[in-house]
Design a protein around this ligand. Structure first.
Ligand code: FMN
Length: 206
């Protein structure tokens, strides 16, 4: 089967993408509005870009039903700061309660019961229950598409402070057995990392 994305709706394209790009890491992103309201929301179009400087991206789309931009993006445009909190098993349910489309003055820390913890260099708080957090400052926002529902943005940020729980930090590396990150699949499905294996790579030609 071949499918031309221009011959079906963005919703149909969306289903093919979220079912194929799996599992996706989840960034629980905290931001603060210009009137000092906390906001917390998950984004699974999320990844690293490079490590010099340490740079990450995530993609807050326009709302599928009215094309409006999400609070997270609006806050980052105003403040140029955000915190990425990595989602472990233990906070999966609470993370999902932050994904409801609440009015912008609702603080999802209060809704979810997750605990805000003061960051060192930025205003948005860390999620205390998250085992890894990145304080980020905005590098740039790239707009994608024509501005309708399903279009979106790529938010690129520089990590200016790492927060890593002692139990997941092992000699400069992250212990995945302790981190227990969950991955996003299509719809309401998630994955655990329980079955890992190695494939040895030859870096140089002998
Ligand atoms: C696990 C998970 C991952 C999500 N990933 C994205 C994403 O990558 N991009 C996006 O626009 N929305 C994503 N959402 C939906 C947003 O979290 C949701 O629209 C939220 O209400 C946005 O909040 P905000 O308006 O406070 O920014 C995701 C939801 C869940 C539960």
């Amino acid at each position: 089967m071949i499918i031309d994305p221009n011959k079906q709706s963005f919703g149909e394209n969306h289903k093919l993408m979220i079912g194929s790009i799996v599992p996706r890491p989840i960034a629980l992103v905290s931001t603060v509005s210009s009137d000092a309201k906390n906001n917390l929301a998950p984004f699974s179009y999320f990844n690293g870009i490079c490590s010099n400087p340490p740079t990450v991206m995530f993609a807050p789309g326009r709302r599928g039903y009215d094309g409006l931009t999400k609070d997270t993006l609006n806050n980052i445009r105003e403040t140029e700061q955000f915190v990425i909190n990595i989602v472990s098993n233990e906070i999966g349910e609470k993370m999902v309660t932050c994904a409801t489309d609440f009015p912008s003055d609702v603080d999802e820390f209060e809704i979810s019961g997750l605990t805000p913890k003061r960051s060192v260099k930025v205003e948005p708080p860390l999620v205390s229950e998250s085992k890894v957090g990145f304080e980020c400052e905005l590098n740039q926002i790239v707009e994608i598409g024509e501005g309708g529902p399903g279009a979106g943005f790529v938010v690129i940020g520089t990590i200016i402070m790492f927060h890593i729980d002692d139990d997941v930090y092992n000699d400069g590396r992250i212990d995945i057995e302790e981190l227990k990150p969950i991955g996003r699949l299509a719809g309401n499905s998630y994955s655990h990392i329980r079955d890992t294996f190695e494939i040895i790579r030859k870096v140089h030609i002998d």
